[in-house]
Design a protein around this ligand. Structure first.
Ligand code: PMV
Length: 360
């Protein structure tokens, strides 16, 4: 049964602070790469997507977050009390984002104003590598908050725990709601996917062919500079985009194609679909007003090299892109040796860094 927004409110009369005066929790969340992309959200709402999306969580690319809390002693000020450290150092920009996040989730977690918090976080991937860490960070923080909530409300079920963690993570950053789960994860209402909804993500509920188990995702870092256009701005541009309607229709159709591909195990069709999705996402930003180009010359160079390799070797290697210049190469585990060598010999020259992960 799908939960509604009202199911996530927790009011003061539903818990006793005396049950949980202080504590420390730690959670890890993986980054994720979307196969069918979320791009565009409803106006005047908080992260309600305009199309459904599906992603793989990336096992070796994660954020770890520790949340320490102790109850304020009354009479206390009703504002949030948060200290934040990223790799042991204060980070003002992230701290501000956390306050916005706390504010957004405070009606669902009414206890947040009653505690002092210290949040310490780190990524296992290089900082400023161009990999978005907001999804893994917001997901790990939402899981920490739910762990704390569980101390206040011990009757809370595991299924509710994960749904609410995903619901909260979504309010931090849309795609973060998918990072709560491993494997293939769906977010956004889609008529063919039972349980899919706009409020929180769910594990992909249908049959997955064994060829998609333990796929490798090698992330080719081409540009390490921070993004000039943030995804928040990019999503907004879809509200006035001349091709937006067609894009949303196409994304939903692609989702249907993905369901049958995942069942049948046709890797070539899978690859063509993810490349089409990646290029469509980039086409959207290129045709926005104002327009923008995320790709760098080396992104285009590598895309052509991937296509050439496929023609020459018939290997199953395909790319996808996020909102930036970096490339994700997806291929089955049994191609690892061949593709690994090719990346080292032929692609390394065009990349700043390479990170290998497993879609789990
Ligand atoms: O979660 P956001 O608001 O950063 O948006 C993410 C959008 C893409 O990464 C481009 C696509 C996706 O579905 O992850």
């Amino acid at each position: 049964m799908n939960l509604k927004e009202k199911d996530f409110f927790l009011h003061k009369n539903q818990y006793a602070i005396s049950n949980n005066k202080e504590g420390e929790v730690f959670k890890r969340s993986s980054s994720n790469i979307a196969l069918i992309k979320y791009w565009g959200k409803k106006t005047n709402t908080l992260q309600i997507p305009l199309n459904s999306s599906i992603s793989f969580s990336l096992e070796k690319v994660f954020t770890g977050t520790k949340l320490r809390y102790h109850v304020k002693t009354p009479p206390y000020k009703k504002n949030f009390s948060v200290k934040f450290f990223f790799f042991g150092k204060k980070k003002f920009i992230f701290w501000k984002k956390i306050l916005v996040f706390f504010y957004r989730i405070s009606s669902y977690c009414s206890y947040l104003r009653d505690y002092h918090f210290t949040i310490e976080t780190y990524n296992n991937f290089p900082h400023s590598s161009g990999i978005a860490s907001s999804a893994s960070f917001m997901s790990s923080l939402a899981l920490c908050i739910m762990e704390m909530e569980k101390q206040l409300v011990p009757s809370l079920t595991h299924s509710f725990f994960l749904k609410k963690a995903s619901f909260l993570a979504r309010l931090g950053s849309g795609s973060a709601c998918r990072s709560v789960y491993p494997g293939l994860v769906v977010w956004g209402n889609h008529k063919s996917i039972i349980g899919s909804n706009n409020l929180y993500a769910i594990p992909y509920p249908y049959k997955i062919h064994s060829i998609f188990q333990n796929l490798i995702d090698t992330i080719l870092i081409i540009d390490e500079t921070p993004k000039k256009i943030l995804s928040t701005q990019g999503h907004q541009l879809m509200n006035t985009h001349p091709y937006a309607k067609e894009r949303f229709k196409c994304a939903n159709k692609n989702m249907d194609c993905m369901i049958s591909i995942l069942e049948m195990g046709d890797f070539q069709e899978f690859g063509k679909l993810i490349e089409h999705e990646a290029l469509t996402l980039h086409a959207m930003i290129m045709t926005s007003n104002p327009y923008f180009l995320w790709m760098k010359p080396n992104t285009v160079q590598i895309i052509h090299m991937v296509w050439d390799l496929r023609i020459q070797s018939k290997k199953n290697v395909y790319f996808t892109l996020d909102a930036g210049a970096n490339i994700h190469l997806l291929y089955p585990m049994n191609e690892r040796l061949f593709i690994g060598k090719w990346i080292k010999h032929d692609l390394m020259f065009y990349c700043k860094k390479i990170i290998e992960s497993i879609c789990f």
